[in-house]
Design a protein around this ligand. Structure first.
Ligand code: NAI
Length: 334
């Protein structure tokens, strides 16, 4: 099949071509992000391969359909950027990579928690400048602290396993109980209880109409004073201006983000020689107790290998059976 790959980085090219070593599919790799302005670049392809910040709204899908596209193969787990009812109406199948390495994201979550708590990001700079003073670097033991995990699916479960090893008391909120988590001692509670009791709140649920701005001013007000908030899931699960206010007032003790609501205009690009135009984001970076990475939690060898393998398997199955291996259907929105 001819597949146009949007938002391509050198690593996408490398891992997808390695999976396609026998040349059974023809890839056209584009740097461009998929949007209404770029959708026509897929002309002549039966499939497009898209990533987290590509736009797949009704307008884009209509252009893709006109150009002959019948499959959208997402090379990510989340599908919040796709208008699924429009895809169904247009007869475009949507596939995703439901699981690659939950360890990649869970381990990055721990990297953020540990770095923010022990102020590794600040210590790194100090030591390079010959400043070995410890004032300002005081952290806390994770052992014995209460961590609230919102969403105990594949990633939340690995986070729970790791934190159990640290000796944390684990709370969780999810409509579905995960037996592995329960066997680790995770206690399921209401969202309110989780917020009130946790020293650290870490988000591992998908972005849906239900979870959009789940962490808003009221939720922040419920959190323990000085608690840490960690988001490696999707930016819009938290209301960033409300979080800014909680940081300014000192109510929120720390914030670690791998995702940001308006990340599409920032992440995955080298903007180091330009002014950041997003004032909310720029303000976030001024806080000493905020640590941000640019959507890199998935970025391990194992995960990229898994993503490329499943993406190719989706395309293979669609070509063979007219149905991708891991289809996302509109019913999943319910
Ligand atoms: P999953 O589908 O295995 O688990 C998600 C869990 O969240 C499920 O147990 C579900 O019941 C629960 N959930 C749904 N709505 C909820 C709500 N309102 N409150 C509490 N729990 C709720 O998904 P997985 O693989 O664990 O991934 C989780 C999310 O992580 C993805 O949706 C994606 O947005 C994000 N992600 C981020 C990456 C990164 O690089 N930063 C990479 C991969 C995923």
């Amino acid at each position: 099949m001819h597949v146009t790959v949007f938002s391509t980085k050198p690593y996408d090219h490398r891992f997808l071509e390695a999976e396609n070593a026998d040349g059974r599919h023809r890839f056209t790799f584009l740097d461009a992000r998929l949007s209404e302005g770029t959708a026509r670049l897929a002309a002549g392809s039966e499939a497009v391969c898209a990533f987290v910040n590509d736009e797949l709204n009704a307008g884009v899908l209509e252009v893709l359909r006109r150009e002959g596209v019948r499959l959208v193969a997402l090379r990510c787990a989340g599908f919040n950027n796709v208008d699924l009812p429009a895809a169904r109406r247009l007869g475009i199948s949507v596939a995703r990579v439901p699981a690659y390495s939950p360890h990649a994201v869970a381990e990055h979550t721990l990297a953020l928690i540990l770095a923010l708590n022990r102020k590794i990001h600040r210590a790194y700079n100090r030591v390079r400048e010959g400043n070995f003073a410890l004032e300002g670097l005081l952290g806390f033991d994770l052992h014995g602290k209460t961590v609230g995990i919102v969403g105990t699916g594949k990633i939340g479960e690995v986070v729970a396993r790791i934190l159990a090893g640290f000796g944390c008391r684990l709370l969780a909120h999810d409509a579905y109980r995960n037996e592995v988590c329960e066997s680790l001692g995770v206690r399921y509670v209401t969202m309110e209880e989780l917020l009130e009791q946790s020293h650290i709140v870490t988000l591992h649920c998908p972005l849906t109409p239900d979870t959009r701005h789940m962490i808003d001013a009221a939720a922040l007000e419920r959190m323990r004073p000085g608690a840490m908030l960690v988001n490696t899931s999707r930016g819009a699960i938290i209301d960033t201006p409300a979080v800014l206010r909680a940081l300014k007032s000192g109510r929120l003790g720390g914030l670690a983000l791998d995702v940001y609501e308006e990340e599409a205009d920032l992440f995955f690009e080298d903007l180091s020689a330009r002014a950041i135009k997003d004032d909310v984001f720029a303000r976030l970076l001024t806080f000493p107790n905020v640590l941000v990475t640019g959507h890199q939690a998935f970025f391990t060898e194992e995960a990229l290998h898994g993503i490329a393998g499943t993406t190719l398997a989706n395309i293979d199955a669609f070509e063979r059976d007219g149905q991708p291996l891991h289809a996302v259907s509109v019913e999943r929105l319910a």
